[in-house]
Write a protein that binds this ligand. Sequence first.
Ligand code: WTA
Length: 660
Amino acid sequence: MESMQKETRVFPPSEAFAADAVAKADKYERAQADRLSYWADEARAALSWDKDFAEVLDWSEAPFAKWFVGGELNAAYNAVDRHVEAGNGERAAIHFEGEPGDSRTFTYAELKDEVSRAANAFESLGVTKGDRVAIYMPMIPETIVTMLACARIGAIHSVVFGGFSSDALRSRVDDAEAKLVVTADGSYRRGKPSPLKPNVDAALSAPGHTVENVVVVKRNGEDVEFTAERPDGAKELWWHDLVDGQSAEHAYVAHDSEHPLFILYTSGTTGKPKGILHTTGGYLTQTAVTHRDTFDLKPETDVYWCTADVGWITGHSYITYGPLVNGSTQVIYEGTPDSPHKGRLWEIVQKYGVTQFYTAPTLIRTCMKWGREIPDEYDLSTLRVLGTVGEAINPEAWMWFREVIGANNGPGKPPKEDPAPIVDTWWQTETGAHMISPLPGVTHTKPGSAQAAVPGIDIGIVDELGEPLGVGEAGLLVVKEPWPSMLRGIYNNSERYKETYWSRFGDVYFAGDGARTDEDGDIWLMGRVDDVMNVSGHRLSTTEIESALVSHEAVAEAAVVGAKDATTGEAVVAFVILRGDAEDATGLEQELRNHVGQEIGPIAKPRNVLVVPELPKTRSGKIMRRLLKDVAEGREAGDASTLADPTVMQQIAEDMRAKH
Ligand code: WTA
């Protein structure tokens, strides 16, 4: 039993792994000695530049950074063509696994042809450098092809997650003034066709938008309405009619290092999503370098798999750009982890011999809930690095990941003596790439800690006034120096950019996360500061209490919110899902309260513990604590439209009413 504060286990890398590891400890020293020349060396080694850069960083208009100033390059050339030129055209770039069980493999040579065809096709529609293209797609190879075709032309892509509503799509299309929308008829989710094109129709139905063409990939073959000449003026074309007949040759041009690569919308503290803007040279450098170092990438032999959707930053940096720039072979999967059965993920790992598996803690906890018997049936022995992202991982889930997945040596075989190392990666849409993470083979890993700033990144933990804090003191996470893959702003809103990230302490980047360091200097993330509770003047982290709850044997997953309380300011309210094998819930609520009391201290004891069948999660797996807070404070739950399953909140509200 453990919670984050008491966690003391340390797992050194095995000698064999360390000897063969891609990243060595001297990276930290090189970066420490001269941060800018470290990044310059990495940029030149990781990427092919058409024109070398003259200056590493121009920070004269802070907080608007320019990296690798004067350099020119093409992102698509770096991701595809150069691997073919280097003689690796026959290497698999993408193994696509569709939810219904269909699969396709693209070699680098095939990917190059397809990206070139798509680039020719988009140009034939009048898309040119600087135009914005909205991409509303499922997890299929054409999505990656579209992103790269845009990058090749110099058009700026804006991927809108396929789970977002038509209203969300429209507001993003409008904000970026997109000229082209690329979509699909639909996809598959949980064995059923799931539509996309009808949402595009709804999004564009009101006139006044900037879209000239809608290109539609045929994926699930459902009947979709197709109007060659739409009333709002936009034209519709099938991808296969438009792209398939194009030439597989496309001469790229080099773009400035600071040419915008993409916009990706993310939610902030206010209602209107922010269009986070990333540019080319710096973004590609840090995504490629971290993808290689964090995952110990050996592109000749590895098969890498990141389970994220390309609609999120993880999909941009660690599916489309990092892995392809590095010439890796990767798996992409269209569907849900339990379709058609709960062993689907592990079946895919076994089928392709996956070596690196990068996923979210919530998925690990879901698999824990389903039970280890499921992964135990598969041969996962090829896995050699495991990664997590999205939220702090509780030590219980970390240990399960290590012991059940990382040590798996095949059905019936004794576990590996040296399980695959786990890298817990902290970063954000805004940071573009990993910022805090262990380096496998170098770092002694600790369950629940993201541990150390990536070489070349300068992280600090400060108090409300910006003063540095000491060991064990909880404070605010900041980035003290600009970094290559940092956002270059919020699209069309430089004021909001300055205000959100740079106004708090002046010259450092405010991440919005709480953190503390331990005696070894390792960093422990404590959740968004907006989720930090204040109970009777004591500061408590939702993450920490959740971790304590999940360390109880009966609990599979927990979400904690601070609810207004007349006496204590805020009170802790916990929502828990029980493990499949847990006995009935009688008496459990009191037991869990006491358990938290023991793990953290009586002050952290939840006022209420509510056992629920499911937690409200977005499609990307983030728990929407805001909705739980509404219920905990006796209000009607707010807008639940971004939930993967909107009915979850009704159930929870009913349970809450029945109870209190
Ligand atoms: C949280 C996802 C703890 C954090 C790449 C951050 C994490 C926000 C971790 C960004 C981690 C992400 N440990 N917290 N390893 N990774 N977070 O923009 O609160 O979707 O600020 O980017 O997720 O979420 P975003």
